[in-house]
Design a protein around this ligand. Structure first.
Ligand code: ZN
Ligand code: ZN
Length: 172
């Protein structure tokens, strides 16, 4: 029942997102591919934060009118990240039957690594992976969310000890 609820929520979110993405602006790239937006449009790469022309990005998904939506990270970063992920995959330990973060039993686990390196960090469920990524993939972001949730330093520290001990007990 809980799963169904989550799926329904996701679907609503996706529909409203794609509805927002039905712009009318498009242009044809030199290779004849229909691309969203104007030829002069600039976009910030989510990875290197450089403001780059649309030609610096590869295509991602199709819009309703057949124009391609571009990737959020530039070609150069895309290649680097892809290479990192491939190297991490080679060295990764076998998949466990649970998520290394929330410890729930999940069939589909995603590989997680330390950004900008090929260091494996863990196997994560989709929720944990996107959640951690959404708050910046770092401790500061996670703690910022914690302070937002509980504006009480002692309570945060107390909970941290509890969570830490539980996680440590699992890995013993
Ligand atoms: Zn980039
Ligand atoms: Zn998880």
């Amino acid at each position: 029942m809980t799963n169904l609820k989550i799926n329904l929520n996701e679907r609503t979110l996706m529909t409203s997102k794609s509805r927002r993405r039905t712009g009318t602006d498009f242009h044809f790239r030199s290779d004849g591919i229909k691309i969203e937006g104007k030829e002069t449009d600039m976009q910030e790469c989510k990875e290197c934060h450089k403001i780059l022309p649309s030609t610096a990005f590869t295509t991602h998904t199709l819009r309703v009118d057949g124009a391609y939506i571009l990737q959020k990270i530039c070609r150069e970063c895309h290649t680097l990240v892809y290479r990192e992920q491939r190297d991490v995959r080679k060295k990764a330990p076998p998949k466990p039957d649970h998520c290394d973060c929330c410890h729930k039993k999940v069939e589909k686990l995603q590989i997680d690594h330390i950004h900008g390196s090929s260091t494996f960090r863990g196997w994560l469920c989709r929720n944990c992976n996107t959640g951690i990524g959404s708050v910046g993939d770092n401790l500061e972001g996670v703690l910022q969310a914690a302070v937002y949730l509980e504006n009480d330093e002692n309570k945060i520290i107390e909970t941290l000890h509890k969570v830490f001990n539980e996680m440590f007990a699992r890995t013993k």
